[in-house]
Design a protein around this ligand. Structure first.
Ligand code: NAP
Length: 277
């Protein structure tokens, strides 16, 4: 892959998308960034006139995605790296949260990323090169009460990334699921969809989680610029990982989960083995 690349990043108005775009531009790459308003497009392009190209696209606008990607390939150039970053968190007790919230969560976080990937793959396949990064979450590997739909969507994207990576590796295309811990973006602030409370039985398990998240918003451990630098390291690698954790919180929580998982597998091994034959 050329050392100066074209990155297509969804959701560059704030957070990880914005930080990655800025760091990539600073490294001499060209960046096509999707946004959802004319003003955001102007703001993005002003970052680096001639190198930052804004495109207005909601990733749930499924019928428009192929056309937008075709236009980018034609007028900007070959997309070397697709970063499926656009996404948001739904917070709410599952029994209290309408199915419409789950559909919206999966439309944006899963179907949007898959639709973008399907639009870019024919071009990457033809060139026999490319890298797709899916921004999942530590919530795609570990779980917390109160974000069932979010974890479901990110577990789905983790699984899709890993399986897709096996399909496209022989074609010269790499897929990396990037799982950040808690970072200082707009995720837990303006972007979060919160379902109102209605069932007091869940107060004890859920209320402290919501309160802690609200209090922590803006003060999280992770720096999105450092996450962007880490992603650029993976993008520059000849052997990018299938999974990349970002942040020491993600590291310890995922390690704890893996050892608890291994211990549970061991504890139930006899029952597990009893079904063969
Ligand atoms: P953010 O600052 O809220 O940025 C989210 C970006 O996604 C914004 O540019 C937003 O655009 C865009 N977006 C949301 N829905 C969209 C849609 N339907 N179509 C197109 N663009 C859409 O939060 P962030 O933390 O950087 O989020 C980026 C990704 O990181 C998400 O997938 C999130 O789940 C994931 N993540 C975040 C954390 C964290 O702690 N921050 C941890 C793990 C994973 P608008 O400005 O138009 O709303």
């Amino acid at each position: 892959m050329p050392s100066s690349k074209i990155l297509l990043i969804t959701g560059v108005s704030s957070g990880f998308g914005r930080a990655l775009a800025q760091e990539a531009l600073a490294d001499g790459h060209r960046v096509v960034g999707t946004v959802r308003s004319e003003q955001a497009k102007l703001d993005f392009e002003a970052l680096a006139p001639g190198s930052a190209f804004g495109r207005i696209l909601d990733v749930t606008d499924f019928d428009n995605i192929d056309g937008v990607v075709a236009e980018i390939e034609k007028t900007v150039g070959p997309v070397d790296v697709l970063v499926n970053n656009a996404g948001y968190g739904h917070e709410g007790v599952m029994e209290e949260s309408p199915l419409s919230e789950m559909r919206r969560q999966f439309d944006v976080n899963v179907f949007g990323a898959v639709a973008m990937t399907k639009a870019v793959l024919p071009y990457m396949r033809e060139r026999r090169r490319g890298h797709i990064l899916n921004i999942t979450s530590m919530g795609g590997l570990i779980t917390l009460p109160g974000i069932t739909y979010y974890c479901g969507s990110k577990f789905a994207l983790e699984g899709i990334s890993e399986a897709l990576g096996k399909e496209v590796k022989p074609l010269g295309i790499a897929v990396t699921a990037v799982a950040p811990g808690s970072f200082r973006t707009d995720w837990a602030g303006r972007s979060m969809a919160r379902t109102p409370r209605s069932i007091p039985d869940y107060d004890a398990v859920f209320d402290p989680v919501r309160k802690a998240r609200e209090e922590k918003s803006g003060k999280q451990l992770g720096d999105p610029v450092k996450a962007a630098r880490a992603m650029l390291t993976a993008i520059a690698s000849d052997t990018p990982p299938a999974h990349l954790l970002l942040g020491s919180d993600a590291l310890s929580l995922v390690r704890d989960k893996l050892s608890a998982f291994a211990a549970e597998i061991d504890a139930w091994e006899t029952v597990t083995r009893s079904t063969d034959g």
